[in-house]
Ligand binder design. Sequence first.
Ligand SMILES: Cc1cc2nc3c(=O)[nH]c(=O)nc-3n(C[C@H](O)[C@H](O)[C@H](O)COP(=O)(O)OP(=O)(O)OC[C@H]3O[C@@H](n4cnc5c(N)ncnc54)[C@H](O)[C@@H]3O)c2cc1C
Length: 229
Amino acid sequence: MIPDNTVPVLDHGFVRLDDVMADDLSVVNGARVSFARRSEEMDESDEGLIRFLMRDRHGTPFEHNSFRFHIRCPIFVAREWMRHRVSSFNEFSLRYAKATDDFYVPAVEDVRSQVGKPGAYSFEPVSDEVAEETREKLQAVYETAYATYQELVELGVARELARCALPVGAYTEFYWTVNARSLMNFLSLRNAETAQREIRRYAEACERFLEELMPVTYAAFVASGRVAP
Ligand SMILES: Cc1cc2nc3c(=O)[nH]c(=O)nc-3n(C[C@H](O)[C@H](O)[C@H](O)COP(=O)(O)OP(=O)(O)OC[C@H]3O[C@@H](n4cnc5c(N)ncnc54)[C@H](O)[C@@H]3O)c2cc1C
């Protein structure tokens, strides 16, 4: 069990499962209705059915469930996340609410260099000095940016305009509701070597909930090479 349904991520973020309607049986019964049949409890043949559905990419039975996540992440992570259209989002508004002063500063071991060419980058560690300098420079920019934001708000400038001062390392929050099929597509793309490290950490956290709540589906997804059905 994940304590409080919350997984801390990065320096100020989290993935929290707000509510859920998800189990392996929903997949089985979504498929078995084709034959006017229904299972009350999972048995071995049901597990085999899920593996078959996954392998042969019969995707729709994996849609009869719902995960509602509450996410706190830097804006640049949210930008990547919101490209996943087959799901629903509602986000914290910087028009209506005041920004917090939480900004993402990567841990020393997460400061990296980018080597190679587009599509084939590798991300290599940097020296401790470069890592520390990066962290200090980011912190300095964040402090200036937030001070400017506050000054503009205090001058009476609308929050929707004052937010222009805030960088993409600022934290935002949103609710994300997604079914298992689309969640697997997200995990396949974002908990992957090719994904940016920061969104990958969030995808890893989301993946723990799928594994816990739909273990047979999850095992079949992994066995199928992490390709969403
Ligand atoms: C490593 C990586 C790098 C990326 N780089 C960039 C980038 O440089 N620039 C950029 O713009 N984006 C980039 N993206 C975002 C990417 O192009 C997708 O927008 C994002 O991953 C969402 O994937 P998706 O469309 O499969 O998900 P969803 O939008 O959730 O869609 C799920 C599935 O539904 C179907 N679907 C949804 N909408 C349509 C549609 N209109 N027509 C047909 N089928 C549809 C598709 O089968 C799709 O796979 C990147 C993503 C990754 C993982």
